[in-house]
Write a protein of this length. Structure first.
Length: 277
């Protein structure tokens, strides 16, 4: 899952009247089947929204992946474009069966599905096997925010490490699925060019780059260590650094820039939801 503007309900339709940002850049609808996520990302918008803003879950409840059987069983229509799953949780061994059911429910009625995850290898092995028949309508997007183990562990303490996420990307690519990467938020901007270079051979669709958004609102800053990390992130994603990064990567065809970077460098914003461009 990603640091996007997240939906407020289990299924959200994106309308073109809204500005096309966050998940709307990728999908016309978003679908979830759980609440809570043990990955523990410190910048997580879903946690901020459900625990702090709307107080629908306690901090303890957020750490557990609660499956909604009603959402798993839901029959979906054929949406008007690409559907993203999940947005408010991730796919992990404890909810894999439920997630696979939802993805299959979406695919069986003809949808194009974007599966976004900080991927566990055991889960992706199983999904690649079971979703083979629908390969032409499925796009994997793996969130790989840094290579540095210390940075990843600090920001995403329970999520798979870089090697495991890269292995998932390579596996899906070799199995013939369309593959993409989300580097949002960029946790180690100075290493992004080298990381892109390393991941490119296994990317058939796109690599999305985005900043950490609304830091003051969403990220709790309770320790000197966190203060220092936030200062580093803010410095590395300031306009000057982003402009430099843009110049370095702009000629790579699969590179895509999230809305806030498009605005900064003068690129045209997406005209409607779900175009994934
Ligand atoms: S993986 Fe889980 S904790 Fe991390 S951003 Fe996604 S939903 Fe939030």
């Amino acid at each position: 899952m990603v640091d996007n503007e997240q939906p407020l309900s289990k299924i959200e339709m994106k309308t073109s009247e809204k500005s096309v940002r966050g998940t709307a850049e990728w999908a016309v609808a978003t679908v979830d089947c759980c609440s809570g996520c043990p990955h523990g990302c410190r910048y997580c918008y879903a946690r901020y929204d459900l625990v702090e803003r709307r107080r629908l879950l306690t901090a303890e409840q957020w750490q557990i992946c609660n499956i909604s059987e009603e959402d798993v069983a839901r029959r979906h229509p054929l949406y008007a474009g690409q559907v993203m799953f999940p947005t408010n949780h991730d796919i992990m061994p404890e909810n894999l069966a439920a997630c696979r059911t939802v993805i299959l429910n979406l695919l069986r009625v003809g949808n194009r599905v974007l599966v976004v995850s900080k991927p566990h290898l055991s889960c992706i092995e199983e999904l690649c096997r079971d979703l083979q028949p629908y390969r032409d309508r499925l796009l994997f997007r793996f969130t790989i925010t840094a290579r540095n183990a210390g940075i990843l562990h600090f920001w995403e303490p329970q999520a798979p490490d870089y090697a495991e996420r890269k292995a998932c990307l390579e596996l899906a690519f070799r199995q013939g699925f369309a593959t993409s990467v989300s580097v949002e938020p960029m946790l180690d901007s100075g290493d992004v060019v080298a990381m892109v270079d390393e991941l490119l051979p296994f990317v058939s669709h796109s690599i999305w780059l985005g900043r950490m958004n609304k830091i003051a609102e969403r990220v709790r800053c309770e320790t000197p260590e966190m203060q220092a990390e936030l200062a580093r992130i803010e410095r590395e994603q300031d306009d000057g650094h982003i402009n430099t990064l843009y110049r370095q990567l702009q000629d790579i065809p699969v590179i895509r820039w999230k809305e806030s970077i498009k605005t900064l460098v003068g690129l045209q914003l997406a005209a409607e939801p779900g175009l994934d461009v």
